[in-house]
Design a protein around this ligand. Sequence first.
Ligand code: HEM
Length: 344
Amino acid sequence: MSAAYAKRILPLVIIAAVIAALIALFLYAAGFFGRSHVTAQQFVDFQEGGSPHAGFRRAHAKGVCVEGDFVASGALSEYTRSAIFAEGSTPFIGRFSIGTGNPSAPDLSSGVRSLALTFDAGANEQWRTAMNTPPVMAVATPDAFFAQLNALMPDPETGERDPQRIAEFFAAHPETQTFREWSAGYTPTGSYASEQYNSINAFYLINRNGDRQAVRWAAVPRVQIDENPYADTDQADNALGLDIAERIEEGPVVYDLVFTLATDEDDPNNPTVAWPDSREQVTAGQIVIQRLASDDAQCNSLNFDPLVLPRGMQASEDPILRARSAAYAESYRRRARETWLGGE
Ligand code: HEM
């Protein structure tokens, strides 16, 4: 190539490079890179399997609806301007559940137990959170989570999981290690009242000055209950539900709501990594479960979408949160149509 020719095409090369960079920037801004390919419909199709349980949640189908108050200490106020965390009390509707999509699954068979809460802080403010017993997720993206669900799915003929497929999945996903270690060391307690429920995904608190602090939170129990009174009876299938109903009738069931503050070393967008125990923690107040909900429709008509947040709280960029929000809406749409609109 002659020097004269190179000089002539140089401006064209620069223009082409600028256009390519602009296209890449546009695609990045549109979220194209790293975007999830699995849809909410695919998640919910998978979770409901071949025979959906009409009118029920497609995950966490079996649960107990409760009501109570969040009694805030005010200790979180310096981090968030949400009225929910100012000293005082906010009513909530809550739901204990087990992870399965089968509404008649035996309570003690489920590997995941959950507590979901909707705080009602007046006409313009609500906070919804759905928490699980594991402190981390096994994987960090919706696509990988979908692959995990597929790897763990039992064979429809035998009802058994395929150990080789599971081993291959874990080998291909080393980020599952923290979850697997937790899972190997976890012993389910005897009651919903004695489990710790974790937000797993991270969020930001925003205070009056606009300062942002990344956090995770957990509902931390105040009692240790090893044995479930129904475990060895003919009512074992509903052991957790019966136990918690009795405890609530006897008096309030209480948890501390504890926030863990991230430092710059923690990635708020990766739910597979546990933050070190040395991170500062703030007890925002107590979750006081006062009574069983008078009408289960109170919970059935609720979708504990983790992106419904009060002012003073923001979602992190964690892609799992968007996938959750979309899947919960899809599950809600299906069960609402079956329950209130008379089917298809
Ligand atoms: C991509 C990942 C996830 C998907 C696709 C997913 C999907 C779902 C779906 C479809 C429902 C039923 C929603 C409804 O009909 O109201 C549900 C409920 C629930 N999910 Fe998830 N989930 C995911 C991750 C998580 C995580 C990380 C947590 C815990 C931090 C969680 C906690 C819960 C709880 C507690 C409920 C039950 C809420 C209730 O009692 O109504 N999920 N999930």
